[in-house]
Design a protein around this ligand. Structure first.
Ligand SMILES: Nc1nc2c(ncn2[C@@H]2O[C@H](COP(=O)(O)OP(=O)(O)O)[C@@H](O)[C@H]2O)c(=O)[nH]1
Ligand SMILES: [Mg+2]
Length: 356
């Protein structure tokens, strides 16, 4: 932590002007040691600032962020990371508010983070929406952070993954990651959490026809939410239907996915869910599957990042880019197969590597 860290990511060709602003910027950011110390003390403001550095576009910021992450890694990992997904309006934030409060009552420290693929459009996310988390927000032992923006989902998820590390180093031992169940976001959330909880609205059985099988298979727990008032019976019916349907699917080592009809507003339901989550976590820890899962995730992010470097290399090399476009034309003109084209490009890359 001597402030001489090289950026962990290849910074796009630094022209002199960028270089100057980089240096100027660097002076203004407190040194990594200070972030590390404050975060270890549990200082929320500094935790927030460090996450801002992770999300920053500036290479200088990210350099400090990477140094902070590296220094804090030994203090991370000791939490239960729970992904919570579902369509907008299903009650994710409301449920997290109650669940988080219950966790705090039991002596835990709770961080709520979000992965929102659309947040770059909306500039500021609807997830981690603080208006729906009023009671949790008032708690000393909570930390709530909306989704980072980003142009691609993998990047947003990676930033959230890094934020998890910082939050854990700050002493948060229950991490709730909220994401909208659209596109691939829950797939990425699966790669940064230990357990995936899917919230669903009470709906008639015919919903099973159109349900996204992928996410149902990924979910470790399905909550049919809003099981209160007029919807209570319908929710319980839906829970039974899902339970039967799910028996057809296969599951992760930790066992059968549970299905529960619940209401965000029922303390009894929320504690029942909490018990289920904790049992799941104990099981994951005791039979070694937590470690296996996290190892898999580390490998995934390694591969994913390597892919990214690779694509950047291809994009930034004009020669290869031209060749690729040429081959692409030949492919769509049916002159060569996509496989031949890929092989040709690959050979060209290998030749270039040998010459460099
Ligand atoms: N009746 C009922 N309404 C709920 C429940 N949970 C959330 N809501 C309401 O559903 C709406 C959307 O909730 P929100 O937490 O913002 O959903 P999110 O978009 O999934 O985060 C709000 O009006 C909540 O008050 C529940 O268990 N029962
Ligand atoms: Mg929400």
């Amino acid at each position: 932590l001597n402030g001489k860290h090289k950026p962990d990511r290849p910074s796009a060709s630094l022209n002199p002007e960028v270089e100057r602003s980089y240096k100027r910027f660097k002076k203004e950011i407190p040194p990594a040691e200070e972030f590390v110390r404050k975060i270890r003390e549990g200082d929320k403001a500094w935790l927030g600032r460090a996450i801002t550095l992770i999300e920053s576009q500036s290479p200088a910021d990210r350099e400090v962020a990477q140094a902070v992450i590296k220094a804090l890694l030994p203090y991370a990992g000791n939490s239960f990371r729970i992904g919570i997904t579902g369509v907008p309006g299903v009650g994710k934030s409301s449920f997290i508010d109650r669940l988080g409060t219950h966790y705090i009552r039991r002596g835990h420290k709770v961080a709520v983070l979000a992965v929102d693929p659309s947040s770059s459009v909306h500039k500021g996310s609807l997830l981690g929406d603080k208006t729906r988390m009023k009671s949790l927000l008032e708690e000393e032992n909570s930390f709530i952070r909306p989704s980072p923006s980003g142009d691609f989902l993998g990047g947003v998820a990676r930033k959230t993954r890094e934020a998890i590390i910082l939050a854990e180093a700050a002493g948060y031992d229950r991490i709730l990651v909220e994401t909208v169940g659209v596109g691939q976001s829950e797939v990425y959330v699966r790669h940064i959490t230990d357990m995936l909880v899917l919230l669903k609205l009470p709906a008639a059985g015919d919903e099973l026809q159109g349900m996204k099988r992928g996410i149902m298979e990924m979910a470790d727990l399905i909550l049919i939410n809003k099981a209160d008032g007029a919807l209570k019976e319908e929710a319980e019916r839906a829970a039974r239907t899902f339970r039967n349907a799910l028996q057809l699917f296969t599951y992760r080592p930790a066992g059968e996915a549970g299905v529960m009809a619940v209401s965000s507003f029922s303390d009894e339901d929320v504690s029942r869910v909490l018990e289920h989550l904790e049992n799941f976590y104990q099981k994951l820890k005791s039979d070694g599957s937590l470690e296996a899962l996290r190892n898999e995730q580390l490998k995934f992010w390694f591969d994913e990042t390597l892919q990214e470097y690779w694509q950047n290399l291809l994009r930034s090399n004009e020669n290869l880019q031209r060749e690729k476009e040429k081959l692409y034309r030949l492919v769509v003109e049916r002159k060569i197969s996509p496989f031949d084209a890929a092989e040709q490009l690959w050979n060209k890359i290998l030749r270039q590597l040998k010459n460099s």
